[in-house]
Design a protein around this ligand. Sequence first.
Ligand SMILES: NC(=O)c1ccc[n+]([C@@H]2O[C@H](COP(=O)([O-])OP(=O)(O)OC[C@H]3O[C@@H](n4cnc5c(N)ncnc54)[C@H](OP(=O)(O)O)[C@@H]3O)[C@@H](O)[C@H]2O)c1
Length: 214
Amino acid sequence: MIGFIGGTGPEGRGLALRFCMAGEQVLIGSRDPDRARQAASDVQAETDNGTVSGTSNDEAAQRSDTIFIAVPYTAQRPTLTDLKNSLDGKIVVSVVAPLAFSKGVASALPVADGSAALETKALLPGSTVAAAFQTISAHDLLEANKPLDSDVIVCSDDNAARELVMDLAGKIAGVRAVDGGGLANAGYVESLTPLLLNLNRRYKARSAIRITGI
Ligand SMILES: NC(=O)c1ccc[n+]([C@@H]2O[C@H](COP(=O)([O-])OP(=O)(O)OC[C@H]3O[C@@H](n4cnc5c(N)ncnc54)[C@H](OP(=O)(O)O)[C@@H]3O)[C@@H](O)[C@H]2O)c1
Protein backbone atom coordinates (compact mmCIF):
# COMPACT_ATOMS: atom_id res chain seq x y z
CA MET A 1 0.00 0.00 0.00
CA ILE A 2 1.23 3.50 -0.92
CA GLY A 3 0.09 6.20 1.51
CA PHE A 4 0.12 9.98 1.59
CA ILE A 5 0.36 12.25 4.63
CA GLY A 6 -1.27 15.53 3.57
CA GLY A 7 -2.57 13.71 0.51
CA THR A 8 -5.50 16.10 -0.02
CA GLY A 9 -3.24 18.82 -1.45
CA PRO A 10 -2.54 19.06 -5.19
CA GLU A 11 0.84 17.31 -5.01
CA GLY A 12 -0.46 14.39 -2.94
CA ARG A 13 -3.61 14.01 -5.06
CA GLY A 14 -1.55 14.24 -8.25
CA LEU A 15 0.90 11.54 -7.18
CA ALA A 16 -1.98 9.41 -5.84
CA LEU A 17 -3.64 9.69 -9.25
CA ARG A 18 -0.50 8.70 -11.16
CA PHE A 19 0.18 5.69 -8.90
CA CYS A 20 -3.44 4.66 -9.16
CA MET A 21 -3.24 4.93 -12.97
CA ALA A 22 -0.23 2.59 -12.70
CA GLY A 23 -2.46 0.04 -10.94
CA GLU A 24 -1.25 0.61 -7.37
CA GLN A 25 -3.32 0.60 -4.15
CA VAL A 26 -3.25 4.08 -2.63
CA LEU A 27 -4.37 5.56 0.68
CA ILE A 28 -4.82 9.33 0.99
CA GLY A 29 -4.33 10.68 4.50
CA SER A 30 -5.56 13.95 5.96
CA ARG A 31 -6.09 15.62 9.30
CA ASP A 32 -9.78 15.29 8.36
CA PRO A 33 -10.75 11.78 7.18
CA ASP A 34 -13.84 13.15 5.37
CA ARG A 35 -11.62 15.47 3.32
CA ALA A 36 -9.38 12.49 2.54
CA ARG A 37 -12.38 10.38 1.40
CA GLN A 38 -13.54 13.22 -0.87
CA ALA A 39 -10.02 13.56 -2.36
CA ALA A 40 -9.86 9.79 -2.89
CA SER A 41 -13.22 9.77 -4.62
CA ASP A 42 -12.10 12.66 -6.90
CA VAL A 43 -8.91 10.77 -7.78
CA GLN A 44 -10.72 7.47 -8.40
CA ALA A 45 -13.14 9.26 -10.74
CA GLU A 46 -10.18 9.96 -13.05
CA THR A 47 -9.06 6.35 -13.49
CA ASP A 48 -10.41 2.80 -13.65
CA ASN A 49 -7.01 1.44 -12.63
CA GLY A 50 -5.81 0.84 -9.07
CA THR A 51 -7.78 1.65 -5.97
CA VAL A 52 -7.67 4.73 -3.80
CA SER A 53 -9.33 5.41 -0.46
CA GLY A 54 -9.12 8.12 2.17
CA THR A 55 -8.50 8.09 5.91
CA SER A 56 -6.71 9.93 8.73
CA ASN A 57 -3.00 10.67 8.41
CA ASP A 58 -2.34 8.30 11.30
CA GLU A 59 -4.21 5.37 9.75
CA ALA A 60 -2.57 6.04 6.37
CA ALA A 61 0.83 5.85 8.10
CA GLN A 62 -0.07 2.62 9.89
CA ARG A 63 -1.55 0.81 6.86
CA SER A 64 1.03 1.82 4.25
CA ASP A 65 4.40 0.21 3.54
CA THR A 66 5.63 3.23 1.62
CA ILE A 67 4.33 6.59 2.75
CA PHE A 68 4.80 9.96 1.07
CA ILE A 69 5.08 13.17 3.11
CA ALA A 70 3.18 15.80 1.12
CA VAL A 71 2.57 18.57 3.65
CA PRO A 72 4.02 22.10 3.34
CA TYR A 73 7.52 22.37 4.87
CA THR A 74 6.17 24.60 7.66
CA ALA A 75 3.91 21.71 8.77
CA GLN A 76 6.55 19.01 8.48
CA ARG A 77 8.05 19.02 11.99
CA PRO A 78 4.77 18.96 14.00
CA THR A 79 3.20 16.46 11.59
CA LEU A 80 6.12 14.01 11.71
CA THR A 81 6.52 14.40 15.47
CA ASP A 82 2.84 13.40 15.91
CA LEU A 83 3.06 10.44 13.52
CA LYS A 84 6.54 9.21 14.51
CA ASN A 85 5.39 5.91 16.07
CA SER A 86 3.04 5.04 13.21
CA LEU A 87 5.84 5.71 10.69
CA ASP A 88 8.31 3.44 12.48
CA GLY A 89 9.64 0.69 10.20
CA LYS A 90 8.13 2.32 7.06
CA ILE A 91 9.74 3.68 3.94
CA VAL A 92 9.02 7.42 4.14
CA VAL A 93 9.35 9.46 0.94
CA SER A 94 9.69 13.23 1.26
CA VAL A 95 8.37 15.29 -1.67
CA VAL A 96 8.76 18.47 0.40
CA ALA A 97 10.50 21.52 -1.05
CA PRO A 98 10.96 24.25 1.61
CA LEU A 99 9.76 27.40 -0.15
CA ALA A 100 8.86 30.99 0.51
CA PHE A 101 7.22 33.49 -1.85
CA SER A 102 7.78 37.23 -1.95
CA LYS A 103 5.96 39.32 -4.58
CA GLY A 104 5.38 36.14 -6.58
CA VAL A 105 9.05 35.14 -6.60
CA ALA A 106 9.91 31.77 -5.02
CA SER A 107 12.99 31.18 -2.88
CA ALA A 108 14.37 28.20 -0.96
CA LEU A 109 13.90 28.36 2.80
CA PRO A 110 17.04 27.57 4.79
CA VAL A 111 16.75 24.37 6.85
CA ALA A 112 19.00 23.84 9.88
CA ASP A 113 19.42 20.11 9.11
CA GLY A 114 20.45 20.90 5.52
CA SER A 115 17.22 19.91 3.77
CA ALA A 116 13.63 18.89 4.43
CA ALA A 117 14.65 15.29 3.70
CA LEU A 118 17.51 15.31 6.22
CA GLU A 119 15.20 16.91 8.79
CA THR A 120 12.73 14.09 8.14
CA LYS A 121 15.48 11.54 8.74
CA ALA A 122 16.41 13.25 12.02
CA LEU A 123 12.76 13.33 13.14
CA LEU A 124 12.08 9.69 12.19
CA PRO A 125 15.04 7.58 13.34
CA GLY A 126 12.96 4.38 13.08
CA SER A 127 11.94 4.97 9.43
CA THR A 128 13.88 4.56 6.19
CA VAL A 129 13.79 7.93 4.45
CA ALA A 130 13.97 8.67 0.74
CA ALA A 131 13.32 11.90 -1.17
CA ALA A 132 11.86 12.26 -4.68
CA PHE A 133 9.32 14.12 -6.88
CA GLN A 134 10.16 17.60 -5.45
CA THR A 135 10.53 18.91 -9.02
CA ILE A 136 7.30 17.44 -10.44
CA SER A 137 4.49 19.97 -10.68
CA ALA A 138 1.11 19.08 -9.21
CA HIS A 139 -0.56 20.73 -12.25
CA ASP A 140 1.17 18.23 -14.52
CA LEU A 141 0.41 15.27 -12.23
CA LEU A 142 -3.29 16.12 -12.12
CA GLU A 143 -3.72 16.19 -15.91
CA ALA A 144 -4.52 12.50 -16.19
CA ASN A 145 -4.69 12.47 -20.00
CA LYS A 146 -1.17 13.94 -20.41
CA PRO A 147 1.96 11.85 -19.91
CA LEU A 148 4.65 13.59 -17.90
CA ASP A 149 7.98 14.49 -19.49
CA SER A 150 10.50 14.59 -16.69
CA ASP A 151 13.21 12.91 -14.69
CA VAL A 152 12.66 12.22 -11.01
CA ILE A 153 15.82 12.21 -8.91
CA VAL A 154 15.57 9.71 -6.07
CA CYS A 155 17.85 10.02 -3.03
CA SER A 156 18.20 7.75 -0.01
CA ASP A 157 20.95 6.43 2.22
CA ASP A 158 19.28 3.00 1.95
CA ASN A 159 19.94 1.25 -1.38
CA ALA A 160 16.82 -0.94 -1.23
CA ALA A 161 14.56 2.03 -0.45
CA ARG A 162 16.13 4.07 -3.26
CA GLU A 163 15.55 1.21 -5.72
CA LEU A 164 11.97 0.72 -4.54
CA VAL A 165 11.14 4.43 -4.99
CA MET A 166 12.91 4.45 -8.38
CA ASP A 167 10.74 1.49 -9.44
CA LEU A 168 7.63 3.36 -8.31
CA ALA A 169 8.65 6.54 -10.15
CA GLY A 170 9.33 4.52 -13.30
CA LYS A 171 5.73 3.25 -13.28
CA ILE A 172 4.48 6.77 -14.04
CA ALA A 173 4.16 7.34 -17.79
CA GLY A 174 6.77 9.81 -19.04
CA VAL A 175 8.94 9.66 -15.92
CA ARG A 176 12.51 8.38 -15.85
CA ALA A 177 13.91 7.67 -12.39
CA VAL A 178 17.45 8.89 -11.80
CA ASP A 179 19.59 7.46 -9.00
CA GLY A 180 20.40 10.54 -6.92
CA GLY A 181 22.61 8.74 -4.41
CA GLY A 182 22.49 9.51 -0.70
CA LEU A 183 20.01 11.72 1.14
CA ALA A 184 22.66 14.47 1.39
CA ASN A 185 21.89 15.19 -2.29
CA ALA A 186 18.18 15.76 -1.64
CA GLY A 187 18.76 19.39 -0.64
CA TYR A 188 20.14 20.18 -4.09
CA VAL A 189 16.98 18.73 -5.65
CA GLU A 190 14.73 20.64 -3.22
CA SER A 191 16.38 23.91 -4.25
CA LEU A 192 15.59 23.26 -7.93
CA THR A 193 11.88 23.67 -7.15
CA PRO A 194 11.94 27.47 -6.56
CA LEU A 195 14.11 27.81 -9.68
CA LEU A 196 11.52 25.91 -11.77
CA LEU A 197 8.69 28.02 -10.33
CA ASN A 198 10.54 31.23 -11.22
CA LEU A 199 11.25 29.89 -14.73
CA ASN A 200 7.54 29.06 -15.10
CA ARG A 201 6.70 32.66 -14.27
CA ARG A 202 9.29 34.08 -16.64
CA TYR A 203 8.40 31.82 -19.58
CA LYS A 204 4.67 31.50 -18.74
CA ALA A 205 5.27 27.77 -19.00
CA ARG A 206 5.49 24.58 -16.98
CA SER A 207 9.11 23.55 -16.68
CA ALA A 208 10.51 20.20 -15.56
CA ILE A 209 13.96 18.65 -15.43
CA ARG A 210 15.86 16.21 -17.65
CA ILE A 211 19.39 15.13 -16.79
CA THR A 212 21.52 14.40 -19.87
CA GLY A 213 24.78 12.55 -20.21
CA ILE A 214 24.06 9.66 -17.86
N1 LIG B 1 2.25 21.80 -5.53
C1 LIG B 1 3.28 21.45 -6.29
O1 LIG B 1 3.28 21.64 -7.54
C2 LIG B 1 4.49 20.80 -5.68
C3 LIG B 1 5.53 20.37 -6.52
C4 LIG B 1 6.63 19.72 -5.94
C5 LIG B 1 6.72 19.55 -4.56
N2 LIG B 1 5.68 20.00 -3.77
C6 LIG B 1 5.79 19.79 -2.33
O2 LIG B 1 4.76 18.89 -1.95
C7 LIG B 1 4.24 19.25 -0.67
C8 LIG B 1 2.73 19.39 -0.81
O3 LIG B 1 2.45 20.41 -1.75
P1 LIG B 1 0.95 20.93 -1.95
O4 LIG B 1 1.01 22.02 -2.93
O5 LIG B 1 0.05 19.76 -2.18
O6 LIG B 1 0.71 21.53 -0.48
P2 LIG B 1 -0.59 22.11 0.25
O7 LIG B 1 -1.76 22.02 -0.64
O8 LIG B 1 -0.24 23.45 0.81
O9 LIG B 1 -0.72 21.12 1.49
C9 LIG B 1 -0.93 19.74 1.32
C10 LIG B 1 -1.77 19.22 2.46
O10 LIG B 1 -1.04 19.32 3.69
C11 LIG B 1 -1.96 19.44 4.76
N3 LIG B 1 -1.58 20.56 5.59
C12 LIG B 1 -1.57 21.88 5.26
N4 LIG B 1 -1.19 22.65 6.30
C13 LIG B 1 -0.96 21.78 7.31
C14 LIG B 1 -0.56 21.95 8.67
N5 LIG B 1 -0.29 23.17 9.18
N6 LIG B 1 -0.43 20.84 9.44
C15 LIG B 1 -0.68 19.61 8.92
N7 LIG B 1 -1.08 19.38 7.66
C16 LIG B 1 -1.21 20.46 6.86
C17 LIG B 1 -3.34 19.70 4.16
O11 LIG B 1 -4.09 18.49 4.26
P3 LIG B 1 -5.33 18.34 5.30
O12 LIG B 1 -5.83 19.73 5.61
O13 LIG B 1 -6.31 17.53 4.49
O14 LIG B 1 -4.75 17.63 6.46
C18 LIG B 1 -3.05 20.00 2.71
O15 LIG B 1 -4.07 19.58 1.83
C19 LIG B 1 4.92 20.56 -0.26
O16 LIG B 1 5.92 20.30 0.69
C20 LIG B 1 5.53 21.08 -1.54
O17 LIG B 1 6.77 21.76 -1.34
C21 LIG B 1 4.59 20.60 -4.30
